[in-house]
Design a binder for this molecule. Structure first.
Ligand SMILES: *Cc1c(COP(=O)(O)O)cnc(C)c1O
Length: 218
């Protein structure tokens, strides 16, 4: 199905107050422009170099979200323009983002990635690491980052009960973090395979790639 119809179908399924991030990783500029012309303005990428290239070439009113695992040495390339970094999973990374945001005279919005999947391979902070980070003096002194919320990825499985449990645990953590951080209003959870379930469990932002752009060939 063409990109425009896919977008319209997804938008008709999700409530208006849910933010849709169109995940355009590996996809060419033409595909992004097709979504753009259908009204989409928020795109997600998981590789910094690729996102920089697309930012340079495409309309400047696009909001670029970095959704992938991020290496510290890549932060500087996107500090001028990235609008939300979803995958912040360490204090060291957050310090680097703060430093580069300061150099760019910006405040960069971030989500802390929480490990909710049973799979070992997924990234993210566990409960102890999260509370250590939030309680550290380093964190309290950072002026150029803003924690907007949390992000998580459920296990890749057909077991809906398990996915639901994982989303519920993230929602619970989100509610706790909100007590500390009043600017927290974003819960990024849900992808092509599980976004309706994620919304039922309290997601405010879904990251959808293949259901919009088709499957990816790496
Ligand atoms: C690729 C990716 C997505 C989108 O995945 P689809 O299954 O194609 O919708 C969402 N979130 C993250 C972190 C991703 O890397």
């Amino acid at each position: 199905m063409p990109i425009k119809e896919n977008l319209q179908r997804i938008k008709s399924q999700i409530p208006n107050n849910i933010t849709l991030v169109a995940v355009s990783k590996t996809k060419p500029h033409e595909d992004i422009m097709e979504a753009y012309e259908a009204g989409q303005r928020i795109f997600g990428e998981n590789k910094v170099q690729e996102m920089v290239g697309k930012w340079e070439a495409l309309p400047k009113d696009i909001e670029w979200h970095m959704i992938g695992h991020l290496q510290r040495n890549k932060v500087k390339y996107m500090a001028d323009f990235v609008s939300l970094i979803h995958g912040v999973d360490s204090l060291r990374l957050l310090k680097e983002i703060d430093k580069r945001a300061k150099a760019s005279d910006r405040v960069i919005n971030c989500l802390l990635q929480i490990h909710i999947a049973e799979e070992e391979t997924k990234f993210g902070l566990d409960q102890d690491e999260l509370s250590q980070l939030l309680n550290s003096d380093d964190f309290k002194s950072m002026k150029n980052i803003r924690i907007k919320g949390l992000m998580g990825m459920a296990t890749f499985t057909d077991n809906e009960a398990q996915i639901k449990r994982e989303f519920q645990s993230l929602r619970k953590t989100f509610n706790e973090v909100k007590q500390f951080l009043p600017e927290c209003d974003t819960l990024s959870m849900g992808m092509s395979g599980d976004y309706m379930l994620a919304i039922q469990e309290g997601s405010t932002m879904v990251r959808i790639g293949s259901s919009i752009f088709g499957s990816r060939n790496y």
